[in-house]
Design a protein around this ligand. Structure first.
Ligand SMILES: [Zn+2]
Length: 105
């Protein structure tokens, strides 16, 4: 998936997202193949300090736990977006984690 640079497009993409499963391992909807249809409901938007400055929130109807759309994406909990491709390129070349961190700033 390409990293998005437009806030409008990214928020539109997140607003269309539907979670495939509940992230709680103890929930009956945890496995994507056994998650029942419509197990989640919308729970508003959470403010973020980094791009795109908002994340759609969901709540599981069965376990009542909340989670965000970013949990299902590669950039989950990343403070800076758009570095995954560079990091993977250096990783493929055999660079150590420390060397990669030095190269990517
Ligand atoms: Zn659940």
């Amino acid at each position: 998936m390409l990293d998005e640079v437009s806030i409008t497009r990214q928020l539109q993409r997140e607003s269309q997202f539907e979670p495939p499963f509940c992230p709680r391992s103890s929930c009956a909807n945890h496995r994507p193949e056994s998650a029942r249809e419509g197990f989640w409901k919308k729970d508003g938007w959470a403010k973020l300090k980094r791009f795109p400055y908002a994340s759609k929130r969901f709540k599981c109807r069965d376990c009542s736990k909340g989670f965000s759309a970013s949990l299902f994406q590669l950039h989950y909990r990343q403070k800076v977006w758009g570095l995954n491709a560079k990091i993977f390129d250096y990783f493929e070349l055999g660079a150590s984690k420390r060397a990669i961190a030095r190269k990517i700033r």
